[in-house]
Design a protein around this ligand. Structure first.
Ligand SMILES: Nc1ncnc2c1ncn2[C@@H]1O[C@H](COP(=O)(O)OP(=O)(O)OP(=O)(O)O)[C@@H](O)[C@H]1O
Length: 269
């Protein structure tokens, strides 16, 4: 795929790339030869009907599953052989990886621990008191961003489902990954909570330096956030491009998203 540049400028690798990524479960090919490159500042929605392979594709990228064939590259480096924990350390951030919350600790403490994990190496110059204060301030800022500051001194176990999802996003942001992977981030959230998360994702994208992948069934969310849509069906990539172009494909509207042409709304969403 990489071509020699006539001016000998070194090739710039995509942040994330999958090449012919494939996984078989017995005789079933759940993800089949999916090749995609993802650039910094982009938000790509991965869509497709139930069972299309979206979550499995995510699992292959984040390392929860090992591919049968193909490769995953991060900044041009082959990470296909790395376990999920090492991929996370290299900058692949996925919200559910962080659900090892401490349910009996305060919400603030959970975020503070994530901030501390991210900052551990950088705080040696600070006094213990300064370090603690800075960690708390950063944790409070993140809680404020997900509208959870009022819950800072509640235990995680007492949070509603929607608030736990918001906390997952705060923890993900605390780790400052290069690649943010969101799998239906507003699923099960109230109408009040969902915009908080969508605004946050929009804010991450607006920074321009992060790469965002979003599995999402709600087409209004996809339209609001994505600058690219990849459509999976039966494990294969069947469309890939700008939202208007992809959504306009009759084959996508009728067969793969289950929407009536022109409605912009997935059936059952
Ligand atoms: N561990 C597994 N063992 C066997 N089959 C699996 C496994 N994980 C996924 N599959 C199968 O792979 C296919 C893709 O599933 P996947 O969950 O990735 O789809 P999806 O597009 O995320 O669907 P949904 O929108 O319903 O979440 C399905 O047929 C599923 O049954």
């Amino acid at each position: 795929m990489t071509e020699a540049h006539p001016d000998s400028i070194p090739a710039v690798h995509p942040v994330l790339e999958t090449r012919d990524l494939t996984i078989r479960f017995g005789g079933h090919v759940a993800v089949s030869q999916v090749s995609c490159a993802f650039q910094a500042g982009s938000l790509t929605a991965i869509v497709g009907p139930n069972g299309a392979g979206k979550t499995t594709y995510f699992n292959l990228i984040s390392g929860q599953l090992r591919q049968s064939a193909g490769r995953v590259f991060l900044f041009g480096e082959d990470i296909s052989g790395l376990p999920a924990s090492k991929r996370a350390l290299r900058g692949i951030g996925r919200a559910f990886q962080l659900t090892n919350l401490f349910p009996n600790l305060f919400v603030l403490e959970n975020v503070r621990l994530a901030v501390q994990a991210r900052a551990r190496a950088g705080f040696d110059l600070f006094s213990v008191a300064n370090r603690h204060r800075e960690l708390i301030e950063r944790a409070e800022l993140l809680l404020d961003q997900v509208a959870l500051l009022g819950q800072a001194y509640n235990r995680v176990s007492a949070l509603s489902h929607g608030d736990q999802r918001k906390l997952e996003v705060a923890l993900l942001m605390a780790l400052e990954p290069e690649v943010f992977m969101f799998d239906e981030p507003t699923a099960g959230m109230s109408a009040d909570d969902a915009p908080v998360i969508l605004d946050l994702i929009h804010g991450i994208k607006a920074r321009g330096d992060k790469t965002i992948l979003l599995v999402e069934h709600k087409m209004n969310v996809v339209r609001a956030l994505a600058d690219r849509i990849v459509v999976l069906h039966n494990g294969q990539k069947v469309a890939d491009g700008e939202p208007d172009a992809v959504m306009g494909l009759p084959v996508v509207q009728e067969a793969y998203l289950g929407v009536a042409p022109g409605s912009g709304q997935a059936a059952g969403s």
